[in-house]
Ligand binder design. Sequence first.
Ligand SMILES: Nc1ncnc2c1ncn2[C@@H]1O[C@H](COP(=O)(O)OP(=O)(O)OP(=O)(O)O)[C@@H](O)[C@H]1O
Length: 310
Amino acid sequence: MSDGQWSPSTGQIVVSGLTKEYKNVRAVDNLSFTVEPGRVTGFLGPNGAGKTTTLRMLLNLVTPTSGTATIGGRRYADLTDPLRHVGAVLEASSAHKGRTGINHLRVICAAAGLPKQRADEALALVGLTPAAKRKFKGYSLGMKQRLGIAAAMLGDPRVLILDEPANGLDPEGIRWMRGFLKGLAHEGRTILVSSHLLSEMQLLADDVVIIAAGQLVRQGPVEQVIGSMAQGQRVRVRTPNAEELTTALKAQSATVAVDEHGVLQVDGVDAPTVGRTALAAGVELHELTTERPDLERVFLELTAGKAGIR
Ligand SMILES: Nc1ncnc2c1ncn2[C@@H]1O[C@H](COP(=O)(O)OP(=O)(O)OP(=O)(O)O)[C@@H](O)[C@H]1O
């Protein structure tokens, strides 16, 4: 993993004032954030937020209108032997349909000047050894995703960049991916993953970078981002006397909404206050639970009004 080319900030990704303007849309708008080694960073944003464009600029596949993106202190275009430094999977792997999985990887090794045995090692790394000699056209979507990751790992890169890697994976595949990426981060590698699956991101990511309409909305450790929301805990209440309790809670300055199952969602007061208010009003309770905000709720609040097709 080392050839002396890396700066002390090895493996850190720095995006600074990055902007990409297309004819009709500013896909990425003065975006700045950092991604640290040894951590999994989730890159989140509504559809059309500019995630793919940002990742493509990082990998020199799209030229920025202005700003810079560096990996280990260098632009991707300035890396010699980039496959040894940065692995990327931008969309479900494509390969020659008639080629076997192992041959697909061997062809990449040959083109990149990597030893042939890296193909076997990378295939083993993603658990595809049993399917090594099967043709790509017979691979399931999950196997194709794994093969794409194997290809990205051929150069034993310090930095791994993945665009929606969980797309099309079954629950077992998603669990495997989570363990695999966490393991790579544990080895000190930098893992940047874009995803729509917020509950999965909450399990996988150490840090998140949230963007909307091309701009940074929030960045930081997952727990900190969740904890930073103005609205803290929400209390969930089931009662046969919803109207009475709602009136009593509103008198305490609580905000009360009712979900599709008739459960009250109470913000602004804690569970003991709800319990006391119910007791004082003579209201029967069937459930009283405190819900911690999760990444999905925080994401929706942070990106409200900034989502949508541009
Ligand atoms: N080559 C292009 N030419 C013109 N507009 C583009 C081009 N690529 C992206 N865009 C526009 O830039 C904006 C950001 O797109 P991008 O694909 O980066 O978003 P995204 O966050 O990856 O979205 P999604 O989650 O839907 O994949 C969108 O409005 C998109 O239509």
